[in-house]
Design a protein around this ligand. Structure first.
Ligand code: SF4
Length: 374
């Protein structure tokens, strides 16, 4: 890994690529649907207004590739919020430091009892989530929590403050196998207007996080942008470019992309950019077509009907029954949520629905199932 992603990223003019996408013709889209290059030009064509006219064709191809590569299985996971303490100011988030909310950090024992609720529901894949507070939610605290949970879960992921490479080594040793870190927006100028304080202000530190984790040996790495903060095509192009770069340069790690859309958060801003359902559909289809082996993750930010519809187009992993406040599984408190969950179905209801749609919900041993499908 000699080349850094930042140098590759800084060499691309994404405004220019957005223009190319907007100007793509019907012939460009036809070519992109038939195959061709693996680069930004094909992705730009599939993200274009001209491709929106061919959405059914995109969906058919994306579905075909998904079934071929992944079979009809979807892995279910649950987020577990361990803390809402945060020293950063992000204008779109309910946990932002200046908000007057009750701040809670679960003790390792409390995390265990939250995790027990999820175990009883059938989950074996867990995603530990927290705000960014390096002193309270320290690497040591996270390592202790992970060590306690590891024997009972097949996979433990983290979505916490970006760590140093050494920090990731320590967490991997404790039992972490996957990392989620969203860039939020790849537009530097807009990024600065949303991230006003704390370490998250540092765009480049965040941008290099997946590489640090990969060097430390992280097995799975999830990236993405928060749709609604910036132009969805520009961020979609940058997300594609980042995922493809990571697949090439950090090939020991499995790369995943999420397509979270900004939802209402207490005391936070409304989504400055409205991203329509059909635009999310087009983005998922383009990602699946151009990156056939990419994991695509869908959270409960989206409502049940939309999640059911998006599923066949490329989704490989879904959360279910999520609570977005610390302690929310044992004692739900919607006033303390990071954002409003749209799909309120129970995990059992989600699994049942997946079955009705012809899919198998996988609670554990995802890779064995994948290899079986292959
Ligand atoms: S997005 Fe993360 S870092 Fe920013 S305020 Fe919310 S919890 Fe803190």
């Amino acid at each position: 890994m000699n080349e850094t992603f930042q140098s590759a990223f800084d060499s691309i003019d994404f405004d220019h690529w957005r223009e190319i996408s907007l100007e793509s013709s019907a012939a460009d889209v036809e070519r992109a649907l038939r195959g061709g290059s693996r680069g930004l030009d094909r992705f730009a064509a599939l993200l274009s207004p001209a491709a929106a006219e061919r959405l059914e064709d995109l969906a058919r191809l994306a579905h075909h590739i998904t079934v071929q590569r992944f079979g009809r299985v979807v892995q279910l996971y649950a987020p577990l919020y361990v803390s809402n303490e945060c020293v950063d100011t992000c204008t779109y988030c309910g946990f932002s430091r200046e908000h007057q909310i009750e701040r809670v950090t679960l003790t390792p024992e409390q995390v265990e009892s939250e995790a027990q609720v999820l175990l009883d529901e059938g989950f074996r894949h867990l995603l530990l989530v927290s705000g960014e507070h390096p002193r309270i939610v320290s690497t040591g605290y996270l390592a202790e929590v992970v060590q306690r949970l590891r024997p009972r879960f097949a996979s433990i992921g983290i979505e916490v403050a970006p760590q140093t490479e050494e920090g990731y080594r320590r967490l991997i040793e404790a039992g972490v196998d996957s990392l989620t870190v969203y860039q939020e927006t790849y537009d530097r100028r807009l990024y600065a207007t949303y991230h006003l304080g704390g370490r998250k202000k540092n765009f480049d530190w965040r941008l290099a996080t997946p590489e640090r984790a990969a060097r430390a040996g992280m097995k799975r790495i999830g990236i993405g942008s928060l749709l609604g903060l910036a132009d969805w095509r520009r961020d979609g192009l940058a997300t594609f470019f980042h995922a493809q770069w990571l697949q090439k340069h950090c090939w020991r790690s499995q790369i995943q992309v999420s397509v979270p859309r900004l939802q209402e958060a207490l005391q936070a801003i409304d989504a400055p950019v409205r991203v329509k359902d059909v635009e999310v559909v087009q983005l998922v289809c383009a990602l699946r077509i151009c990156l056939p082996d990419l994991g695509i993750v869908l959270s409960t930010r989206e409502d049940a009907a939309f999640r059911d519809g998006l599923l066949p187009l490329g989704i490989t992993q879904m959360s279910a029954g999520s609570r977005t406040e610390p302690g929310g599984y044992e004692a739900p408190n919607t006033d303390a949520e990071q954002f409003e969950v749209a799909d309120r179905r129970t995990p059992a209801e989600v699994a049942r629905r997946l079955n009705e749609l012809g899919y198998e919900a996988v609670w554990k041993d995802w890779e064995a199932t994948l290899h079986g499908a292959a």
